[in-house]
Design a protein around this ligand. Structure first.
Ligand SMILES: Cc1cc2nc3c(=O)[nH]c(=O)nc-3n(C[C@H](O)[C@H](O)[C@H](O)COP(=O)(O)OP(=O)(O)OC[C@H]3O[C@@H](n4cnc5c(N)ncnc54)[C@H](O)[C@@H]3O)c2cc1C
Length: 484
């Protein structure tokens, strides 16, 4: 058994763990970080950037959002079912955190909205290849990792932590296994657990949410996020609290059919397996709202139907719903992707020449499908959606000209959030709502600030929470250690 000692042990090197370790270093505390994967950054390697409210970047772009406004939006959105003090502390800190990252050398491309109805809180990291899109946040991870080391922190990769050491009700260290299989006992005055939730753990997903991974739920898989940190904290007496999924909707195997996903998610005729419309499609830019609505449909999926006439319209005029993740260029490049999907036998995409053929492929009664399309087209003719009041600008009749092109969208998630309860100091609460001494959490393991649904109207929110809560925990630990 290898023995190690530090002031603070940080379990995992995602953005939350890295932020906590840097903050420990800034407070002259020695941090040891154990990371299960062979690289740092966790889900942030796939993402684009964190939330900031009231930043200089926003002011330079003539965009203003105050923390009071953001707080008001967020608390009304969540019906005050979340810890208001945790929310306001995070939002209050978020502008300083953007500058803190900039001081380290992180550059941002600007502050962005995710979709039209959202706020421009999303501080997207300037990507190495200059193209704003998935994985843009990579350089931030690199810089934060270097900063941990520069401040004297040690990072051990491929070294999963499997237990906490508790003595007299206090967290005083962890047990880990190094990459050669050797056991490590690492002791410290405080431990931060930031293992990113349980998005890859099929059993826990079934148990907590009743969802069947790869059957009716097709999330992003962030390697390593298997719920180990939560299990350790629960075993140590942490209160089980607020676990949820960060709900979105997407095609199966989304990364492999990314252009199809981008093109087919426009606000066209969205129906369920019964052939019925079920929501106002002009909300499809809000991937959480749409995911929630799809979640209520039979099988938890929906078909979004367009045709080549609509595709032509988008090529000429741009899409109805713009967003940064699914770029406009996709519309120009999608045709070979339709062919590839058919050649692959990919069942997330369906095409047909007639309504009868489409009905057969979708397993919907042809008369019912025809009726739904006819009703929809009548509303398009009248330029008025009498059922859901969709924006008339988005009402394009479905004629099948060229071909019918359909995406089968499932509910999905960026990952899970929540599981333990923390306060604004990152202290993990026991079942009596009392902090467990020495035990802290940050990031998705303890992100309980959205209530029932992720707040996409303030984008950058989960990475923002991860980095800010990591800092908040690091600062609180410095005070805690001071008081010992
Ligand atoms: C495709 C995608 C795009 C995204 N884009 C954005 C975005 O642009 N903006 C935004 O706000 N959010 C985004 N998110 C979400 C955001 O990246 C996460 O909320 C954030 O990374 C969570 O940080 P974390 O540190 O809590 O956990 P994670 O980033 O999930 O990291 C957890 C780490 O814990 C490690 N680990 C797990 N178990 C152990 C163990 N037993 N011992 C040691 N280590 C362990 C894992 O290997 C992993 O490295 C995106 C997510 C995805 C999947």
């Amino acid at each position: 058994m290898k023995k190690m000692e530090a002031d603070v042990i940080v379990v995992a090197a995602g953005p939350a763990g890295l932020a906590a370790a840097i903050t420990a270093g800034e407070n002259d505390l020695k941090a040891i970080v154990f990371e299960k994967a062979n690289t740092t950054g966790g889900a942030a390697n796939m993402g684009m950037g964190p939330l900031g409210i009231g930043t200089k970047i926003q002011k330079r772009g003539f965009y203003e959002i105050t923390k009071e406004k953001a707080y008001d939006i967020h608390m009304k959105y969540t019906h005050y079912r979340v810890d208001a003090d945790l929310v306001q502390t995070y939002f209050e800190k978020s502008a300083d955190t953007i500058e803190w990252l900039e001081d380290m050398g992180v550059e941002f491309a600007g502050s962005f909205k995710y979709f039209a109805e959202s706020e421009a809180t999303w501080h997207i990291v300037k990507p190495e290849n200059g193209i704003i899109g998935p994985r843009a946040a990579g350089p931030m991870v690199k810089i934060m990792t270097e900063k941990v080391r520069e401040l004297g922190g040690e990072i051990y990769l491929e070294t999963p932590v499997h237990d906490l050491i508790m003595e007299d009700g206090k967290a005083v260290g962890v047990l880990a296994t190094d990459k050669n299989g050797e056991e490590i006992e690492a002791r410290a005055k405080a431990v931060v657990v930031a293992t990113g939730g349980f998005g890859t753990n099929a059993e826990m997903i079934k148990e907590e949410f009743g969802l069947d991974l790869w059957q009716n739920f097709f999330p992003f898989m962030v390697p390593g996020t298997a719920g180990e940190g939560l299990k350790m904290m629960w075993k140590a007496g942490a209160q089980k609290f607020g676990a949820n999924i960060e709900m979105i909707y997407q095609l199966k195997d989304n990364m492999n059919y990314f252009l199809l996903d981008a093109v087919l998610r426009q606000p066209n005729l969205l129906i369920n397996q019964n052939g019925d419309r079920f929501m106002n499609e002009d909300q499809m830019g809000n991937t959480t709202f749409t995911g929630n609505a799809i979640n209520l449909q039979p099988g938890k999926y929906a078909y979004c139907i367009m045709d080549d006439a609509i595709l032509k319209y988008y090529k000429k005029n741009g899409p109805d719903i713009f967003d940064i993740v699914h770029p406009e260029e996709a519309f120009m490049a999608v045709e070979p992707e339709f062919e590839r999907a058919v050649a692959d036998g990919y069942d997330g995409y369906i095409e047909a020449d007639t309504v009868e053929e489409l009905a057969e492929k979708l397993g919907i009664d042809p008369e019912k499908l025809q009726e739904t399309i006819d009703d929809y087209n009548d509303m398009c003719d009248e330029n008025f959606d009498s059922q859901f009041n969709k924006n008339p600008k988005f009402m394009h009749p479905i004629t099948g000209k060229g071909k019918y092109r359909v995406g089968k969208f499932y509910i999905a998630a960026y990952g899970t959030i929540g599981g333990v309860r923390t306060n604004k100091f990152g202290e993990v609460m026991d079942c009596n709502d009392m902090p467990i001494p020495g035990l802290y959490s940050a990031g998705s393991d303890c992100n309980t600030i959205y209530g029932d649904s992720y707040n996409f109207t303030l984008p950058g929110n989960t990475m923002g929470f991860a980095i800010n809560s990591g800092r908040m925990a690091g600062e609180a630990i410095a005070d805690y250690i001071d008081s010992l």
